[in-house]
Design a protein around this ligand. Sequence first.
Ligand code: CO
Length: 334
Amino acid sequence: MTSPCIDIHSHFFPKNAPNFAAKFGESSGPWVTLHDHSDGTGMMMLGDKPFRPVHSALWDAQARIKELDANHVETQIICATPVMFAYDAPAEQAAYVASAYNDLALAMCADSSGRLRTLAQVPLQDSALACRELTRAMRAGCVGVQIGNHVGPREMDDEGIVAFLQHCVEENAAVLVHPWDMLGGERLKRWMSAWTVAMPAETQFGIMAMILGGAFDRLPAELRICFAHGGGGFPYLLGRLENAWHRRDIVRGISLHPPSHYLNRFSVDSAVFDPRALRLLVDTMGADHIMVGSDAPFPLGEEHIGDLVRNQPGLTEVHRQQVLTENARNFFRL
Ligand code: CO
């Protein structure tokens, strides 16, 4: 029998999204829209440019549930596609956008017989507005919040972002950090390098900022925070950072301890697509800090959700069950 899993990293986009371009104008965009081809496929558009080919599981709860059944996914947590964040728009507009998307995500979950749960999005560029929307969204039924790993030049140790994370602790909201707005500029235009090279670097940057910028030192251990895509480059390059931390004072920032001290302060998902990488992740993070994350239903997601973990050689059955379901149940209080 195939073991069921809980998938904590998947995305949605609503079919009936409000027309934010008409409401706020193109100048604070580009806004995301969906061209539905009415044959079960569609194209996400960013402004007037094609962004990503998609299919109906992105917006249709029933189509999504068919995929969950086929993949033995018991529960799936959905969240915004990062291009929906609107962190570059005026904060009041981003707050409006977040609340509209959060309500649409909750509506998709309400149509799923409990199989789908959602993370909120918030206007992270303004922590007071972000805290207010988080409180509203948690009361409305969200199980946590997804944030991007930076807001322009403000990294995860930024005072406003740390204040928001403190509010997440108070609201009992789990946090998923997703890479977005990738570094690299023009050099990323070929080979989907934004996904293959820069996203893992962004995630690595996010974890590093929380450690070296003292965010973990300032925040309580009760904060439940998970980084996408296996923590990006961080677990693989921890030794490099650790060596630098000990040997050059300019690396240390204001962290009280070396980077390896903080490994029990965060979780990662399993979206690494290779058993050798998953083995490193289990060795580095511990099986109690890894949850299944697929990036479904996007073209670069795990094709058979959870199979990397189900088929991982050398993983004890206790650890396999932790990664497949138990960690997610505890982390998101499902
Ligand atoms: Co994702």
